[in-house]
Design a protein. Structure first.
Lengths: 101, 238
């Protein structure tokens, strides 16, 4: 029930946010300051979620293996901007480190 | 069939054809997102429904991650709303081209508006030589809907395959690492300007500090603080 509420509620809120500007027949671009702030929000949210995931999954230890994987992932992501390539290379590095340790 | 009707049908087909190469990259991502449902302690039905109700890889991954970690419904909705602010910027930018469209069409077009659909529409619009013509505006609407509907159909199917058939390989992969790698790619893709890179770096740093906050509020508070700091720093002396 919680999953349905969360997914349905988030979907509804997200949809209404996207629907309002064209329904109001907006004839102008978003004000520059608001557009600039909106560009900052998504990277900040996702990076904060990444940090939270890293700390939570480390269970109090130092996540050296995950950090090594994420550094490789960042290099691949910067070059390819592709999730499949980044995930594939990161998982391979993760498995390789696991095999050697 | 009139020449105008032929041109409109051709516009939708052209839009669909333009979207197909994007799907070569997005479909495997959809399968992985679907497979994450099985690993995130979320039932398959709402998990797959997230492809339709939330419709967007980053929003789905984040909602599943937060649900799996026990976040409250309010925190999940607030986080997804924050993440969705960029799509509001897209719909605001594209709205003038939809002004003569019926309301049902606008309702549908707003629903299928995600990053690749917007990029495809913008790339075509930039080549338009007669942007005030009603006929050309209608052509661009058909083109957009052809592309966006194709992306939607393939995405939902890919997530379905991942949700119902992906558990066999999902159990063999380190899910937390896969999610972290997805977050890295999304951050790198979205943070292209110096200010958005600063917001991402600060969001990561504050995210570590704020992680112990209750109800999984840490990422939300960290992101808000990061955006506030970047805005204050770049406002400059008055």
């Amino acid at each position: 029930m919680t999953a349905w509420l969360a997914i349905g509620g988030a979907g509804l809120v997200a949809y209404v946010m996207q629907l309002v500007p064209p329904l109001l027949h907006t004839r102008h671009d978003m004000p520059a300051q608001i557009a600039e702030v909106s560009r900052l929000v998504a990277p900040a949210v996702i990076a904060a979620l990444l940090a939270s995931s890293l700390v939570t999954n480390a269970h109090g230890g130092f996540p050296a293996r995950n950090i090594a994987v994420l550094i490789v992932g960042m290099v691949v992501a910067r070059r390819t901007r592709s999730i499949p390539y980044t995930v594939a290379s990161g998982v391979l590095v993760y498995a390789a480190i696991g095999a050697f340790l | 069939v009139s020449t105008t009707e032929q041109a409109q049908a051709s516009a939708a087909r052209q839009g669909a054809r333009t979207a197909l190469p994007y799907m070569l990259a997005l479909a495997p991502y959809g399968v992985i997102v679907g497979a994450l449902v099985d690993q995130s302690h979320v039932a398959r039905a709402p998990g797959w429904a997230s492809a339709v109700l939330l419709y967007g890889g980053s929003a789905q991954v984040i909602a599943l991650q937060l649900l799996g970690s026990g976040a409250t419904v309010a925190v999940i909705i607030a986080t997804i709303a924050l993440l969705n602010v960029r799509l509001v910027a897209y719909s605001t930018a594209i709205a003038p081209r939809w002004r003569n469209a019926p309301r049902w069409w606008i309702a549908l077009a707003s629903y299928v508006l995600i990053d690749p659909a917007y990029v495809i529409a913008e790339q075509r619009w930039e080549t338009e030589t007669d942007p005030t013509s009603h006929e050309r505006l209608a052509w661009h609407r058909r083109y957009y809907m052809g592309a966006a509907a194709t992306i939607w159909a393939i995405w939902v199917a890919a997530c379905g395959i991942g949700t119902f058939a992906g558990s066999t390989f999902a159990s063999a992969i380190p899910v937390s690492v896969v999610v972290q790698l997805m977050f890295v790619t999304m951050t790198v893709t979205l943070a292209r300007q110096s200010t958005s890179i600063q917001a991402a770096v600060l969001g990561f740093g504050f995210g570590i500090v704020a992680n112990p906050l209750p109800e999984q509020l840490g990422p939300l508070v960290a992101a808000g603080a990061a955006v506030a700091v970047v805005c204050i720093v770049h406002r400059g002396p008055r």
